[in-house]
Design a protein around this ligand. Sequence first.
Ligand code: ZN
Length: 276
Amino acid sequence: MFRMGSIAGRTVLEVDGTFHDVATVAGDESLADPMAAVARFVELSALSNKARGAGAPVTGPLGVCVPRPSKVFGIGLNYKSHASESKMELPPAPLTFTKFPSCLVGPTDDVVLSGDTVDWEVELVVVIGKGGRRIARESAWSHVAGITLGQDISDRVVQTTGKPPQFSLGKSFDTYGPIGPVMVSVDSFADPDDIGLWCDVSGERMQEARSRDLIFDVPYLVSYLSSICTLEAGDLIFTGTPDGVGMARGRLLKDGDVIDSGAEVIGALRNRCVKN
Ligand code: ZN
């Protein structure tokens, strides 16, 4: 088991609440880059144990745990409850868009609002550790380095402009992809297909669900996406949001709102909304 993040751009492992510099613990500077560490995720459990005995503690705000993925997939309408509140039919295949990687920010960074129609979407985010093409559902979890939490922040006007609308830019404004606080290994969960997640906005509970209610589960998504694209270590899959988004409530994000997102085992994000 391991919990991997980044501080000042360097890979850290969280052990009993303390963060340790991985490259120092390992005596291997090539592990300092979080992208290199994700690709070597099979070594991180042993390094966590090593840090427990001979640590290299560091402090500072956590940055983006997976800072430079080659691809960031987003999946639309992947909880029945959210498809129903959006008055959309259940999709025949995963409805996939991209969040461009430049939108990623850390667990406590500000979200810079692009306008008056910006919405929250709490989601579990899968991190690919071992790439591949045509990955079978049965072996999909062995390709996953870990799971983190994310917000698929969305400008609803930009997202839905035109026919057919193209989601990717409305979900890719700078700061529209907070993730973290850390990436947690798959074996940290009693059941990685059943993880609770929730989202509060300025103290009001907006979303609460479990990932067992996903329409297309993680093995399905990994298998489906890899039937089309070669997956690479560090690629992210935002797995979809449950019901309770602002669009369905008639209440969108405004300057000063605080988005508190949480998930079992993984931890919490706190992102403040600020005007552009
Ligand atoms: Zn989403």
